[in-house]
Design a protein around this ligand. Structure first.
Ligand SMILES: *[C@@H]1O[C@H](CO)[C@@H](O)[C@H](O)[C@H]1NC(C)=O
Ligand SMILES: *[C@@H]1O[C@H](CO)[C@@H](O)[C@H](O)[C@H]1NC(C)=O
Length: 444
């Protein structure tokens, strides 16, 4: 019963965030990780890949099992791919096939394998990194491990984690890497069939990349579905051709979870890159974290989700405080609901907006400040205080750039608001609301 209440609260919070702003300004909220359907129909003993020889023979076995079958496919495939595409039979659910596409020389021999439809593969193939060999290098993407900023190392009780090698500032780029494997999310193939194609995808990558991939954490530790096992435990998501794709980016998999992380990630589909930036100052030797769950869920919901989806018990600083931190989530929820009410009965005030920003900062939600700053910008604008709007919209744009990327729609939206507050639909929309002289942005 209590669990239900908590869950309802979490859902309400989520909906409130998604629907809380005026007209075209919609603040998106997303669950980062999608379940991959494996486990039910697999059998086998638990297997742990501990020794190098285990892994060597595993690689061999995968290579032996991955024999290509001939399939009619775009005859120009050699322009982009180093291996002949290997395809499933026709799948009526997709009105298409799914095929494995590999470019083993991609990005100075890092390699990339993609399991998707021929149509979407063509979209991938059109992306710049497949044509301009230097674009990734020029932006510091896929640079040698460590790169002076971070190191992956064993941490007490947490397995491997990422640690800062020097002090980092908010906004600093920490890692930028392309995936080894991209797989169309689907529940059409059987687990065994999917595994067969994903193993082909893996086997066509350079040996070093295969080893790096198989070295990652697993969920089931089942040899017969090892590639899906790694995907399950390490997946990020990206939309391509309107379809969800799962990504494995080994360097990015080394970040451990925190409910109020000191770093944020986003994926820039156009250059197939997973970026991580610091969202607050990180001291030398401090662990660098990202979040695997939404920070807005109450303690028990987060605990259960992380245990279910990733098989670990959350021990981050927020989880260590347990349910004590839930009260601030309720306050955030109430404030966002109030600030998101654009009806005639709205009691939204700049005082509430300033309070929201304060709670976000106190709770160390530095990675999610675009929500708080965005609410503040809209609230100031709604009472006709352009100065407050400009200040907070600029902050929201900066925060959104760390969370969604500088080219994202959100950044553009907040920058537009900062540049032309009076042209936005929220301008003086709550002109009957009394301006509270509180905070430093409302002296208009
Ligand atoms: C390769 O195929 C053999 C025989 O079908 C099977 O026993 C083995 O588990 C397979 N290896 C992998 C890694 O799937
Ligand atoms: C593979 O990707 C690289 C970019 O890293 C590109 O230069 C090359 O033409 C692509 N195709 C083949 C067949 O190598």
């Amino acid at each position: 019963m209590k669990g239900n209440l908590v869950l309802n609260l979490a859902c309400a919070l989520f909906v409130a965030v998604a629907a809380s702003t005026a007209d075209e300004v919609r603040i998106p909220a997303s669950e980062p990780i999608q379940e991959l359907n494996i486990g039910e129909d697999t059998t086998g003993e638990e297997l742990v890949y501990e020794t190098e020889s285990d892994q060597g023979s595993l690689l061999q076995s995968i290579q032996q099992n991955s024999t290509s079958t001939d399939t009619p496919i775009d005859e120009n495939w050699r322009d982009i791919w180093t291996h002949q595409p290997v395809c499933t039979s026709y799948l009526s659910e997709f009105n298409s096939l799914l095929c494995v596409y590999t470019n083993a020389t991609f990005s100075q021999g890092r390699g990339i394998s993609i399991f998707t439809t021929p149509k979407i593969a063509a979209e991938f193939a059109a992306l710049l990194p497949f044509h301009d060999d230097e674009i990734l290098q020029k932006r510091g993407i896929n640079s040698a491990e460590g790169s002076g900023l971070w190191t992956a190392k064993a941490l007490p009780g947490k397995g491997i984690g990422m640690v800062a090698k020097r002090d980092l500032q908010r906004g600093e780029l920490i890692t930028a890497y392309t995936p080894y494997l991209i797989s169309h999310a689907e529940n059409v193939l059987s687990v065994q069939e999917r595994e067969k194609f994903l193993q082909i995808a893996l086997s066509q990558l350079p040996a070093a990349s295969q080893e790096h991939f198989l070295d990652l954490a697993k969920y089931y530790y089942e040899l017969s579905v090892v590639v899906q096992d790694v995907v399950k435990a390490n997946t990020f998501q990206m939309d391509m051709g309107g379809r969800m794709h799962l990504l494995v980016v080994p360097e990015a998999s080394r970040y451990n979870h925190a409910c109020a992380p000191n770093a944020q990630y986003y994926i820039e589909p156009g250059i197939l890159t997973h970026f991580v930036h610091a969202v607050r100052p990180i001291a030398k030797d401090e662990e660098i974290t990202i979040t695997y769950s939404t920070p807005y869920h109450p303690y028990s919901v987060r605990q259960n989700y992380l245990l279910e989806a990733f098989r670990f018990t959350c021990t981050c600083s927020r989880c260590a405080k347990g349910e004590d931190t839930d009260q601030s989530l309720v306050e955030i929820h109430d404030l966002q609901q109030s600030l998101g009410n654009w009806g005639a009965d709205s009691t939204a005030s700049v005082k509430q907006a300033e309070r929201l920003v304060k709670v976000y900062l106190e709770e160390e939600f530095d990675g999610f400040l675009d929500f708080a700053y965005g609410h503040a910008a809209l609230t100031y604008n709604s009472v006709g205080s352009a100065r407050g709007t400009v200040k907070y919209a600029a902050l929201a744009a900066e925060a959104a750039a760390l969370k969604y990327g500088p080219a994202s729609k959100d950044v553009r939206t907040w920058m537009d608001l900062a540049e032309r507050p009076m042209e936005h639909s929220s301008w003086r929309r709550r002109k009957n609301v009394v301006v509270v002289s509180d905070g430093d942005g409302d002296s208009d």
